[in-house]
Design a protein around this ligand. Sequence first.
Ligand code: AMP
Length: 594
Amino acid sequence: MAMPISGLASCWNYKSFDLMGTNGSIIESGLKIIQDLTTNAYEIQQQVFNEILTQNVHTEYLDKFLHGNPDKNLFKEKVPIVNYEDIKPYIERIANGEPSDHIILAEPVIELTHSSGTSSGKNKLMPLTAKDLDRRIIARNILPWSVINKYVDGLEHGKGMYLFFARPDMMTPSGLKVRPILTSYLGTRLFKKQISDLYTSPYSTILCLDINQSMYCQFLCGLLRRDEVLRIGAVFSFVLGRAIRFLKEYWRELCDNIRTGQLSDWITDLGCRDALSAILNKPNPELAESIESVCSCEAWEGIIKRIWPKTKYVDVIITGSMAQYIPTLEFYCDGIPFVSSYYACSEGFFGINLEPLSKPSDISYTLLPNMAFYEFIPINQNKEEEIEPVELGDVKIGQCYEIVVTTFTGLYRYRVGDILKVTGFHNNAPQFRFVERKGVLLSIDIEKTSEDTLLKAVTKATLHIEPLGIVLMDYSSYADASSIPGHYVLFWELKMREGMDDLPAEFHNSKIVEECCNIVEDSLDYVYRVMRKDKRIGPLEIRVVKQGTFDVLMGFFVSKGTSISQYKTPRCIKSEDALKMMDSMVVGRYFSQN
Ligand code: AMP
């Protein structure tokens, strides 16, 4: 017999939370919600389905298939499973100013969410409604906070030094705001209200649109409030790694500012200057000296722990393609646990991690059944044709699925593009491991190499260079069809682990990278290896690029509108301009000798 659902399914409203109450009451409410949602997962799914369909069955999109009938069987029979390209014309009509209420969703669209475009290679626009933003805020801010407080004590006695970055709003021709979802979160009343209690960065430093000024000021505040910092965070691990490299470049200047109580002149953003004037208001030579003595050590191993010794965890997503940065972050964090709190995207907020202190390889997310109606297409490695999707209650442990969502924001049977593997259940809600982006990353002939296969092959090859003290900072790839036969190209940014900034000259003449090319090839799928043997694919090539190349690549995408907070290094580069830029940074080319 199902427990009562407490009206939670879709009518969340964060204003109904006792936000003026104690931290304890918020945590308790959050845990109760999780218990209700996961216990009644299946019933809530049916409720969510009914609600979405009843609200939207008369929209132009659904009416075409259902003629006003919100029946679930009919929905599954008639409404096609779609990609972004299929619904793009509808979203473009909203962007161009047609009233949104009859096109794909009945609720008013308050803005359009702009995806990072780094995982799919395409920037997507998604409608957002006021109610859905509320739902996502609770899921993002309150539920993970409730969970982590169950595992880590005393978090209310300090703050988080989180690096958040807002993007400038853009406007559609009809005057609708277009921005990344994180910028929408940062603009909410809840975030503005929470920020001074929970985070070290003042609001205006996050809003500063110049990334260097913003990062500098956020670090400065984190250093000035060093004793209060209990958590460090960014959205994805890449950004945190990038931020630590920034700190390495600027710590002397930051310490000078702390010593003199004067903010550097190049910080010209008025919001930043204003916010800092309240915190950096007197010379503090003692603090400056103490930070200097830590940062001036040649070895930056464990630097995060040494600068902010009270840090209890690092809040950053390290699953999927972000796993690449774990060794670098482990080096800087030296034993501080990483917490990957959630699985979310521009399309919606879908999962939270209920065991936040689990090892990176064991991280699973629990699906939130009230955020969308989910279907799962089983992945069958051996067959080309697609199998019928199943519902949340019918997924099997150990099976991989492509996730398909029907949301409150006008997406119906929409492929998110991610592959998830079910690892278990929490009460009745499935838990899953993020496997990879769906689709073929690289292909020259009939072989198909996925993101996960390439990651595993690259990880294997890095075991060959690790004993030499060489770290793979980042990588990407493309299938070069201009050579005959075509071949795979990997871009690798390498770095010596300690002290030395540049790879020794003899490294470029040695066979080490060639051997890595061989290992990567040997670790790719059987079909790839057969094609290689038949010379239908040319030798795999690794192009070693200058240090800092992947930061420049990020800059390239940010200049095109990607939010730095949501940025993920593309594992396959599709933009011609980005490829040209990467090629201009190559310092060595190596080919497999297989
Ligand atoms: P975007 O819509 O640009 O923010 O990108 C969302 C994509 O980021 C998702 O579809 C996933 O591919 C990826 N992503 C989000 N959360 C996670 C996570 N916890 N682990 C791995 N990848 C994630």
